[in-house]
Design a binder for this molecule. Sequence first.
Ligand SMILES: [Mn+2]
Length: 371
Amino acid sequence: MRIIHCADIHLDSQMTANLDKEKAKERKHEILDTFLRMVEYAGNNNVDAIIIAGDLFDTKTFSAGARNSVIDSIASHPNIDFYYLKGNHGGGDRFIEAIKEVPDNLYLFADNWKRYNLYENEGKRITLSGIELGDDNVSTVYSSLLLDPRDFNIVTMHGQITTYQVKNSSDNISLSDLRNKNINYLALGHVHEYQEGELPPRGKYCYSGCLEGRGFDECGKHGFVLLDINEDDFTCKTEFVDFANRHLYEIPVDISDCKTNTDIKRKIDAAIGLQKSETKDLLKIVLTGDIDVDCEKNTEYLAKILMEGFYFAKVNDKTKIAVDYNDYELDASLKGEFVRIVKADESLSEEEKAEIIRCGFQALNGEDIEL
Ligand SMILES: [Mn+2]
């Protein structure tokens, strides 16, 4: 049997942190599109069940349009069973409340363990158990989980894994308390990037991550996990499917030996090439290194050229200025005099001196000062 594990879709996220109003709206629609596309993918690839491990919506308030699209997509795929666990963003409750008629193929969880048999034949069973963590069940959640060792057991939860149990915190999931519980696959939500690890003695835990990166804290590949379980011998293949429409990249570029914007652009292009990004992606370039005090560097200009080739681009400047005072010791020009005065000022830190010299040079060169 084939199962999709996804989580943290965060439908109706505002997306306005980096993007202008129009693109933010477009990105918001794209998140919904990617979810609907995933359901189509499931329909076309013999997927029997989709587990949504929490945070389907971003906030408590969500649009009727997104809600109806999700419900329509579930109802129009009656051959796929949907298992929906609420997350910690609070939207879950109202999503269910807001549905007039819960489709027959949409299954829910509660604040005590609920188990579904996904497959059952001649004593062979594939089960899915889930619980929605809250303050009231945090102390009993692990002791109340009982799974038959003869079954293939999937468990779904939403929260941050820890190696020990944090008492009274419903946001944490204690991995050590889930060991030796006969879990084959722990389908988690909450962490927004794909992560997996061992869950001894027979299983593994996995965060699917979100379907689309929303900001530069959600860079790289995003998608869902496809499980392919053999019903006879219970061998299980899992595959992470990168499914995002657009990807975000934060790319550090060392420009220590650059003198001009052209040099910097060349370095940026080379770094972008290595990341295999596409024109529809979103980029954040972080300039690093120690640059010469008279390096021509205009981050606004560089971002503007990059914007022409990508969906979105911005350039952050984390460079430090290296002033070689020896170069100016014997320099009789105004620049030399200026550097010597700044150098001699004991009230300034080295960083302040470098910054003052950089601004001074820009002014002396007749440029706009970039502060
Ligand atoms: Mn989330």
